[in-house]
Design a protein around this ligand. Structure first.
Ligand code: GLU
Length: 464
């Protein structure tokens, strides 16, 4: 039977990296096995407009290339199903009403030195009524075992589980019931989700059993994503909202590839590869237990690799909005040929699409912008800047204007002054581009042309 898996987000307003990872693992599994991926919105206690939230999330999935085969289903539209299940548990004596307020529950727990609810109303025979919660009667003895593909068998003693609430005082079902009912109704075979939900699983399984649903789905709890301090990934939106990565010039293939590595790795250890190959190799058995470290540098590295894997034209098209947002961009005068010519150089150096304007601005600005500190460092305090510029001005007036010749010329000029190529390049690069890092220099000079190169070198020499 082909697997049926689901991604079941609760409303957040934007797609968190952790949720995106969960969705991705479900998607990879479904696509690898030819299964069905269901989207289910778990909005049982949502107060904010959920359509807006869903649209935001769907937009991020669209961008990532993660598609769903069914749904979205909305739990808020299925409340009657959950209430009916809860009523059945009550009718069968598997759940009971309790009229204690949360404060009273706490007070009793404190008095008895226990954590949680003490089972006070178990045998009081209360009927439903306003403010009364319905609690599930957890068996006194035994344990519930979660069979987890990632973590093995995880056993939860019933003695450690309180009689948990399934209907709130206002009659609304909690997510545990909705989760069990939906997974059963929707024929879900595999539940792949974050480890933070592991301790809710025995409760869902108890409900599952009590509702007579038969064999439960297979569970796979994904390792926690942590930051470089080993702490759970921050909730500060800037670090975790998928759409912000799009805005910062990340490619969807890079996000998907990198997120796939947060807890999973292919057996051949090749980390950066096309998404189709990731789908092919994905296996739940290869998910690791240990927490997964989110490393922004590595994500950036993967992004650079994906940029290098693109056809140049596509890269230029994707980078275009970033270029157009630069303050120097002018649609009326923008030199398209130059933009096309510099494409291969950009591709070699850019790590994000947002790097592109800074790598090419010198080709479009009337004069490079050099900040004072950089000028001091390279031109004033660097080795022999004036001498190098004099030599280069002489030599570049004559030579063949091609990358190799420009390169060789500067190399030998530098050598005569006992400067390594890097040192000899620095004043030239600053004079021409205004920066110390940028695209490969001699290719860049070739594109800029002899006249403009010489004019900029001359201007820098005079300023010295
Ligand atoms: N709605 C839950 C959450 O977003 C996920 C529940 C599940 O995947 O089973 O945390």
């Amino acid at each position: 039977m082909a697997p049926r898996v689901r991604f079941a987000p609760s409303p957040t307003g934007y797609l968190h990296l952790g949720s995106a990872r969960s969705a991705l693992f479900n998607w990879l599994y479904a696509r690898n096995t030819g299964g069905t991926l269901v989207l289910r919105i778990e909005d049982t206690d949502a107060e904010r407009s959920s359509q807006e939230m869903i649209d935001l999330i769907l937009r991020s999935f669209d961008w990532l290339g993660i598609d769903f085969d069914e749904g979205p289903y909305h739990q808020s539209e299925r409340m009657e199903r959950y209430r009916a299940a809860a009523d059945r548990l009550f009718a069968e004596g598997k759940a009971y009403y309790c009229d204690l307020t949360p404060e009273q529950v706490q007070q009793r727990a404190k008095e008895q030195g226990i954590a949680g609810y003490d089972g006070y109303s178990r045998d009081r025979g209360l009927e439903p009524g306003p403010g009364r919660v319905l609690r599930f009667r957890v068996p006194d003895e035994g344990s519930t075992v979660v069979r987890d593909v990632v973590r093995g068998d995880v056993s939860f003693d019933h003695a450690d589980l309180e009689d948990f609430v399934i209907l709130r005082g206002n009659g609304s079902p909690v997510f545990l019931v909705a989760n069990a009912v939906d997974d059963a109704d929707m024929g879900i075979t595999h539940v792949i989700r974050g480890e933070d939900l592991l301790n809710t699983t025995p409760k869902v399984l108890l409900l599952w059993d009590a509702l007579g649903y038969g064999d439960p789905p297979t569970y796979a709890h994904l390792p926690l994503i942590v930051n470089d301090q080993g702490k759970k990934l921050s909730k500060r939106r800037d670090d975790v909202a998928v759409e912000d990565y799009r805005d910062r010039g990340y490619l969807p293939e890079a996000m998907v590839n990198y997120l796939a590595l947060l807890g999973w790795g292919p057996r051949d250890d090749v980390e950066v590869r096309p998404v189709a190959e990731i789908i092919e190799r994905f296996a739940l058995e290869d998910i690791s237990k240990g927490s997964a470290r989110f490393d922004p540098k590595k994500l950036e590295h993967v992004n650079g690799e994906k940029i290098r894997a693109l056809p140049v034209d596509e890269l230029l098209a994707l980078a275009r909005p970033f270029v157009e947002a630069a303050d120097w961009y002018d649609a009326a005068t923008f030199d398209e040929d130059r933009y096309r010519a510099v494409g291969p150089l950009v591709q070699e150096r850019a790590r994000t699409l947002a790097d592109v304007p800074g790598l090419i601005d010198f080709l479009f600005l009337p004069d490079p912008e050099v900040d004072d500190a950089l000028w001091e460092k390279v031109m004033v305090n660097g080795p022999d800047a004036a001498g190098v510029l004099d030599d280069v001005l002489d030599a570049y007036a004559e030579v063949d204007w091609s990358t190799d010749v420009l390169h060789e010329t500067l190399r030998s000029l530098g050598e005569a002054r006992e400067l390594k190529l890097g040192k000899a390049q620095a004043p030239v690069r600053v004079a021409v581009t205004g920066r110390t890092v940028g695209p490969p220099l001699f290719e860049a000079l070739e594109i800029l042309g002899r006249d403009e190169t010489i004019r900029r070198l001359g201007a820098a020499r005079s300023r010295l």
